[in-house]
Design a protein around this ligand. Sequence first.
Ligand SMILES: Cc1cc2nc3c(=O)[nH]c(=O)nc-3n(C[C@H](O)[C@H](O)[C@H](O)COP(=O)(O)OP(=O)(O)OC[C@H]3O[C@@H](n4cnc5c(N)ncnc54)[C@H](O)[C@@H]3O)c2cc1C
Length: 568
Amino acid sequence: MALPCTDVSDASSGSEAGSDGFAADAIIIGAGLSGLVAACELADRGLRVLILDQENSANLGGQAYWSFGGLFFVDSPEQRRMGIRDSHELALQDWLGTAAFDRPEDYWPEQWAHAYVDFAAGEKRSWLRARGLKIFPLVGWAERGGYDAQGHGNSVPRFHITWGTGPALVEIFARQLRNRPNVRFAHRHQVDRLIVEGDSVTGVRGTVLEPSDAPRGAPSSRKAVGKFEFRASAVLVTSGGIGGNHDLVRKNWPKRMGRVPKQLLSGVPAHVDGRMIGISQRAGARVINPDRMWHYTEGITNYDPIWPSHGIRIIPGPSSLWLDAAGNRLPVPLYPGFDTLGTLEYITQSGYDYTWFVLNAKIIEKEFALSGQEQNPDLTGQSIRELVRSRARSGPPAPVQAFIDKGVDFVSANTLRELVDGMNELPDVLALDYETVEAAVTARDREVANKFSKDGQINAIRAARTYLGDRFGRVVAPHRLLDPKAGPLIAVKLHILTRKTLGGIETDLEGRVLKSDGTPLTGLYAAGEVAGFGGGGVHGYRALEGTFLGGCIFSGRAAGRGAAEDIS
Ligand SMILES: Cc1cc2nc3c(=O)[nH]c(=O)nc-3n(C[C@H](O)[C@H](O)[C@H](O)COP(=O)(O)OP(=O)(O)OC[C@H]3O[C@@H](n4cnc5c(N)ncnc54)[C@H](O)[C@@H]3O)c2cc1C
């Protein structure tokens, strides 16, 4: 989906313009989703926009292109059709219970949280649909929590999948920018500095990188072939988070989470390098909540990697038995899909960087979804026929089967003893004691003999199946893991997978970047992941999921509008 735009990669330095005399009113750093949304807002108001990106035009849309396209809506027609009763009040309760804002610097993040829940319960759906968004009718239930009503998690299913996944979402905004005389793209332009004059940001300086024909997502050369300098009334930073830069992830690792993991997979391309955060800070921007991050605990090694240490996230249903490196069951309520951060904290405190799912063929067939557009070709290709065929076919979806066949983290066996032997043969694992694993599995299996149980996970599975979307599409009936009819047995070694940056550049509700004294840094705006999806951390500590793309859209729109208002 290359954008036929003017690529001014031969741009020379100049004080007022791009290479061809294009005098920009606003410069956007980053052609990801938030940058594209901001550009649309500015361009719609007749302003001239220059969009710089360090990658080539094949990478248009940044991370959002790779995404599953999951969107958080509140009280949508899709929810109502599935019998889900959602409301603004319930969503706000869930958001605030999940975010757990507790710092003085959470003032703007909390303002953003209220505004974002208003948006998600209000005009978000109609605004996006008016621009062409189509939504898959089955609503998913992510981050189920498992604590009390005021604690973490979604009380009801809210994860709406974009029909066409990430690429379709990006296209909604990309097509608005194509062939527009007041919009220019300059790919392979890496910003190294913000120009500050007096109290204002007045432009950018950077390096023109050598042309690259690297495919989307693949790391590209950083060889410099020139320099550039552009000026404009407004500069918008929309450069993404830090998930592709493990040094920064480790540096910002919160003390409360225990030891820093030694081994990490990357759930994002290498361009998610976090450089612009430091560059913005040096220009006077205040960065808050850098220790808040959203990494997944169900990462698997991609057998066909596109970027370095490329991992894929399993979006699991609730039935797999989750064991730590020593073979002990994870504590209540750390079931698959319930509390990402709580699980991560448990893992890092366990002293190891990995855990295990133990399941069987019946569970994997229905309960394993893989995050990412390329792992869901039926939804991405918008083919109802392929969707029906692939989901009605017996056995797991083809992308999941490919991981079972080729993935280095998967073990299959007909007996539990063979399974544990296979798990012990994987590299870099603590040898599991068969009796420990067997005790956990058989105790759990005993609990499904009755319709009563004291096992929280079995009860959670039963509760999930009262939701029709889960019963038919996502959650298998409780059964014995060792039931031969449900076999073979499967084990998956799960890694920590870096993904989202929850803290970032502090902004007000118009996307204006704030200085440490709380006043705006004139001329500078920020949106998307670099701004903690709004305000420097709209999610607080945890996320309800599907809130990142929406956060980029909402904050990109706000920053574009804020900058346009200040310019005119
Ligand atoms: C596999 C995957 C699945 C996901 N699924 C979901 C989902 O279902 N739902 C959801 O809500 N979220 C999801 N996300 C998260 C979401 O996609 C991202 O948080 C979001 O797209 C970030 O957008 P952004 O515009 O802030 O930044 P990015 O997409 O990271 O774009 C930033 C751009 O800035 C450029 N850049 C950076 N520094 C510079 C510089 N110095 N000079 C010039 N250019 C620079 C980069 O090259 C990049 O193109 C997923 C992410 C991934 C990777």
